[in-house]
Design a protein around this ligand. Structure first.
Ligand code: ATP
Ligand code: MG
Length: 470
């Protein structure tokens, strides 16, 4: 007789879900033999009803192929509403594609059917071993700014940020547009000993080159025409605080040299001033450009880069941590509904799946904006249509990129191109370089297409910024 040896194994509460009654009985018998407490459900609906009714299984064994609400959809809903439940998918051998999707959606593991006792034992042992750990943590950084971590990748990022917070040297934050560089900078500030002091930021791409220097370092009266009164710069205002230099790659090279100097000896002077001022701000810098190529074309000074990059944090794109999508959707929904003073709308299983299939080139910002649009329009059908349209547009764009045909596009496609351009621009806050990258176009091509579709940039933020700043 075979002895089943489960080292320090606590019996688990297990919910088995399968439309096949014989399969359910089989699982039930196998698991109860080992002392687990087993509940069963014959459909996704029933499983979710049990969870809503207060059943708290450690583990859910979930059949992938069920009529009506299939396993994938049930998985998505479980991840959204009961993230503490570890879900193991029961799949057919040929479901590779679906297995991959399920794992990305946050399934704990999978077992292929037909399976035998040892297969089941292996996943259960894993579920017992792997400590539960926090499924999601949300930290409020400032008013309306949150850091949510719901994947291993983001938890690791959170941990690294925590360690970097303790060392008082610059950090370079790298990552695509909308991945959370600014949020992470806030997080580092909040976890550092400078937390009670100011967090100031300058976006080097949004301030015109000729104003950037005075914005950073301030000026004395008479330093230039129009400088009637002396004005301190951001560095000076950032006493003992953290200074976030966003889009550092857009800083003019001479100014990069001046910044390097400040980082090296900790002093600077206002424009037109002689007094040496002490800089005691910690600098965090961010960029979404490709560092290697901007070093090569000297857009980014190598000496500044090496000074800034002793500590580097690379923030992964959303498509590499898709298991966070259900929780992020819920997070954005709750926060945006609150802010907009609107009722929370349902995030349906169909929506979860559609969101999961899309690649989110604009990352978390795009997802957040999508939720806002859905909230404002209040119409799930059109939200679904939008996201599915983007998914297939992305797919056909990828194909088009390969064939590179010069065929004239029908009007409808043309219109959707305009929409895609507009969205990419909006999601990158009209940063054309970033938008072009997202769209897989060259900068020049994007400008051409913008002209062709009559897309002009929103009112120039520079104009607003400088006039409002006075
Ligand atoms: N970990 C996170 N948890 C919750 N919200 C997040 C997280 N990361 C990013 N966000 C949200 O996503 C949006 C974009 O984040 P952020 O502005 O930090 O991106 P970014 O990398 O600085 O983008 P860009 O390069 O375009 O400036 C913000 O609305 C932010 O609140
Ligand atoms: Mg940013």
């Amino acid at each position: 007789m075979k002895t089943v040896f489960l080292p320090h194994a606590e019996p688990l509460r297990i919910l088995a879900v399968d439309d096949d009654a014989a399969m359910l009985r089989y699982i039930h018998t196998l698991l109860e033999l080992d002392g687990h407490r087993v509940s069963t459900a014959v459909s996704g609906e029933e499983a979710l009803a049990l969870l809503r009714g207060g059943l708290k299984p450690h583990l859910m064994l979930l059949d992938m192929m069920m009529p009506e609400r299939d396993g994938m959809v049930t998985l998505a809903e479980t991840r959204r509403d009961f993230p503490a439940v570890k879900v193991v998918m029961l799949t057919g051998v040929s479901d590779t594609h679906q297995v991959v999707a399920a794992m990305k959606l946050g399934a704990f593991d999978y077992v292929t059917k037909p399976f035998r006792k040892p297969d089941l034992d292996a996943v259960i042992a894993m579920a017992q071993e792997k400590p539960q750990g926090p499924i999601e943590t949300v930290e409020e950084l400032t008013d309306d700014l949150y850091f949510l971590a719901a994947s291993d990748a983001t938890r690791k990022l959170r941990e690294q940020a925590g360690r970097m917070a303790l060392v008082d040297v610059p950090v370079l934050l790298l990552g695509e547009s909308g991945t959370g560089k600014e949020v992470t900078a806030h997080l580092i500030h909040k976890l550092s000993s400078r937390a009670g002091k100011p967090f100031l930021k300058v976006n080097c791409a949004a301030v015109p080159a000729e104003l950037l220097e005075s914005e950073l370092f301030g000026y004395e009266a008479g330093a230039f025409t129009g400088a009637v009164q002396a004005k301190p710069g951001k560095f000076e205002q950032c006493q003992k605080g953290t200074f976030f230099l966003d889009e550092i790659g857009e800083m003019p090279p001479q100014l990069q040299a001046k910044l390097l100097h400040v980082l090296q000896d900790g002093t600077f002077s206002r424009l037109g001033g002689r007094t040496q001022l002490k800089c005691d701000a910690r600098v965090l810098a961010a960029t979404n450009i490709d560092v290697q190529s901007s070093l090569q074309n000297r857009q980014l000074r190598a000496d500044l880069y090496y000074r800034l990059s002793a500590l580097t944090l690379q923030i992964p794109p959303l498509r590499e941590r898709k298991e966070e999508i259900p929780l992020l959707l819920k997070h954005f929904m709750v926060r945006s509904a609150e802010r907009l003073g609107r009722p929370i709308l349902p995030v349906s299983p169909a929506m979860l799946v559609a969101c999961h299939e899309y690649s989110w080139p604009g990352n978390l910002r795009e997802l957040g904006n999508f939720v806002k649009r859905y909230l404002v329009l209040g119409d799930e059908e059109s939200a679904l249509r939008e996201i599915r349209g983007l998914t297939s547009a992305g797919q056909s764009a990828a194909v088009g990129g390969l064939t590179e045909g010069g065929v004239a596009k029908p009007f409808a496609q043309d219109a959707s191109e305009a929409v895609r351009l507009a969205r990419a621009l909006e999601d990158s806050r009209w940063n054309r370089r970033v938008a072009a990258e997202q769209l897989g176009l060259s900068y020049r091509e994007l400008l051409q297409k913008m002209k062709q579709h009559g897309l002009t940039s929103e009112p120039d933020p520079r104009v607003q910024r400088t006039s409002a700043g006075r």
